[in-house]
Design a protein around this ligand. Structure first.
Ligand code: HEC
Ligand code: HEC
Ligand code: HEC
Length: 378
């Protein structure tokens, strides 16, 4: 339980709660909520939605929905594929294991269902004029699938999919061999709400469902899969736990982060763990926040080599720019802390040639590149 208690599990936890209260009732209610989601695109709703969008979404999705760290939403392909229910549900519960937060009040966010409907109406109103935005094809990854499983499925299906009293084992080679990927894809996307298996097609992105299917493939072959996680994510979880006053979870995440952390910042984990354990929570929160903003701290010398392999082609050997922006010097870099730089390089900029380096470079390699880019700033 504890291992996965972070904000990305919110969905899983809520669903567990729903189970305790009574699955049938909870999911029937959820279904009728979704049916109500059909949007009314009158001018007042759209204008109201626009204001809410400006207040809450532009920092990640851009003022015109062109995408920044979040994908472009002003995108014909995306809007054509996403039904009203999917838009509504995505905004309401967020996307587990990504930086897309949950906005619905039931999921710990600030917005009412009505607000969310206004925003979804505003997004929908883009559809007739939206440009086609090309999106990077991402190879499915079993390790990412395992991280999603640990966040959203494990509460019911158990550690490594071995099953619990609530839900059957998924990691069952005999059964996995009987059924094909398409069957699993459909079962996961549609769920079986009446039997307590939630509908994941409105929560996970199609790419995330493919990651889970890749995990099932690995399990079918009898492999063990270690969930992909980063120190940055563990620090986020620790910060979240500590901000909720949960010092045991915070210490737990810090311990785990320390195991995979690297570079000079490694020495800063133990003192923070001690602060937390000694109930010095305010100082702990301050130091942890600082560490989070400065993480990841890498080695500029290694970074130069990685830059010339992965970035030079677009940004130029001397950072003079080309297809990509000029990086020597560059205001974005000067104004961003390491956490923000990491986020940019991990996500890329949707709709531009600046692609996501998630899964292509490790966290340590990204740290080194970021350190290298800093040497170009005054
Ligand atoms: C902190 C950054 C952040 C903020 C703020 C944010 N989003 Fe997102 N959003 C993301 C990311 C990242 C994704 C992509 C998640 C993924 O990889 O599936 C996303 C995905 C989405 C999607 C699904 C797109 C798709 O490809 O299927 C929708 C819809 C969406 N966001 C709407 C919103 C709305 C509406 C708001 C404001 C209420 C908002 N987001 C605020 C980061 C953010
Ligand atoms: C709230 C509890 C709950 C959560 C969370 C949950 N499931 Fe389930 N799941 C169930 C139950 C209960 C069943 C059995 C339904 C039935 O009896 O038909 C099930 C069945 C399944 C099945 C069919 C198994 C079979 O062999 O017939 C698959 C596949 C599955 N779940 C995958 C997932 C995945 C992947 C996730 C996470 C994205 C997930 N589940 C999250 C409760 C849950
Ligand atoms: C295929 C071309 C391409 C590659 C490879 C590439 N970039 Fe970019 N990068 C771009 C483009 C284009 C932009 C500008 C995006 C935009 O218009 O917002 C950009 C923007 C950036 C920015 C933001 C600059 C600003 O002023 O907003 C940074 C930082 C950056 N890239 C770093 C990197 C790093 C580090 C690598 C290697 C790991 C890399 N890029 C690889 C094309 C590329």
């Amino acid at each position: 339980m504890k291992e996965n208690y972070d904000r990305y599990v919110f969905v899983g936890l809520l669903l567990t709660l729903a189970l305790i209260i009574g699955v049938g009732a909870a999911f029937a209610q959820e279904d009728s909520r979704l049916k109500e989601a059909t949007l009314k695109l009158n001018k007042a709703n759209v204008l109201h939605g626009r204001q809410l969008y400006v207040d809450n979404c532009t920092s990640c999705h851009g003022t015109r929905g062109e995408g920044i760290v979040g994908p472009a939403l002003n995108n014909k392909t995306l809007l054509a594929k996403a039904s009203d229910e999917v838009l509504f549900a995505t905004i309401r519960v967020g996307r587990p294991n990504t930086t897309m937060p949950a906005w619905g009040q039931d999921n710990g966010g600030p917005l009412t269902d009505e607000d969310i409907r206004y925003i979804a109406s505003f997004l929908r109103a883009w559809e007739p004029t939206a440009p086609e935005v090309k999106v990077d094809v991402v190879e499915p990854s079993a390790a990412r699938g395992a991280a999603i499983f640990a966040g959203s499925c494990f509460t019911c299906h158990g550690d490594e999919g071995k099953g619990t009293k609530t839900a059957p084992a998924i990691n069952d080679v005999v059964r996995l061999k009987k059924l094909d990927n398409e069957w699993y894809r459909q079962t996961i996307a549609n769920g079986r709400p009446a039997k307590g298996m939630p509908t994941w097609g409105t929560v996970l992105s199609p790419n995330q469902i493919e990651d889970v299917v890749a995990l099932l493939n690995a399990w079918r072959a009898g492999e063990r899969v270690v969930p992909e996680t980063t120190v940055a994510e563990l620090l986020d979880s620790a910060l979240f736990s500590l901000s909720q006053g949960d010092k045991e979870d915070a210490a737990f995440y810090l311990q785990r982060g320390k195991v995979i952390a690297f570079g000079p910042a490694l020495a800063r984990f133990d003192p923070i763990i001690t602060l937390v354990k000694n109930d010095n929570l305010n100082q702990g929160l301050t130091d942890l926040g600082k560490l989070r903003n400065e993480w990841p701290i890498g080695d500029a010398k290694n970074g130069a080599t990685i830059y010339s392999d992965a970035c030079k082609g677009c940004h130029g050997g001397d950072g003079q720019g080309g297809v990509g922006r000029k990086l020597k010097p560059n205001e974005f870099i000067q104004q961003s802390n390491n956490a923000e730089m990491l986020q940019l390089v991990l996500s890329g900029r949707a709709g531009t040639a600046m692609r996501s380096f998630s899964g292509r470079l490790t966290e340590a390699q990204l740290a080194d590149v970021i350190a290298f880019l800093r040497t170009w700033q005054p």
